[in-house]
Design a protein around this ligand. Sequence first.
Ligand code: MD3
Ligand code: FE
Length: 177
Amino acid sequence: MVGDLRDVAAKAPLRRYETPGGKKMSVRMSAAGKVGWVTDRAGYRYDSLQPDGEAWPEIPIAMLDVWSTISGVDRAPDSCLVNFYGEGSKMGLHQDRDEVDLDWPVVSISLGDDALFRIGQVTRGGPTQSIWLNSGDVAVLSGAARLAYHGIDRIRFGSSSLLPDGGRINVTMRVAG
Ligand code: MD3
Ligand code: FE
């Protein structure tokens, strides 16, 4: 899978996006599939083109196989987001709601360094629970969890030897619309 993701990153470079509020995200992001997730001053969205005007590469078969095995739904994802966390990267609590139909599950694969994942409620500000995600962990976010607030508080940089230079990759597959 790491080799597949290097191929994806060769065609769709990992980029540090700017949020609509003008803050550079610490996570570097790429994507594969019909559409990819992007953000800039104009807003968060799925786009059929990369910021440089190129199409996104295809979703690697190994990722699609995980989706087919575990998602519980009988259609393919149309987007595969690739998030890279270097030393000090984190992702604030947010909901995933840029997809057109929010009933489809999201499947996540963690690779590389351990990450402290936090998940709360469907509304902002409620109680949260934290769990360490380790390399090889796969999660299906469906049902009530699909719209729960979630984020990554920190990674344990260098905890895994999977990526020679350290860091964490999270792959999420989605039906974006
Ligand atoms: C819970 N990624 O890409 S993966 C994201 O580790 C994102 O990079 C985190 O949040 C990461 O949007 C968390 C687990 C995950 C993914 C999607 C979810 C949890 C989710 C969607 C809804 C609820
Ligand atoms: Fe998310």
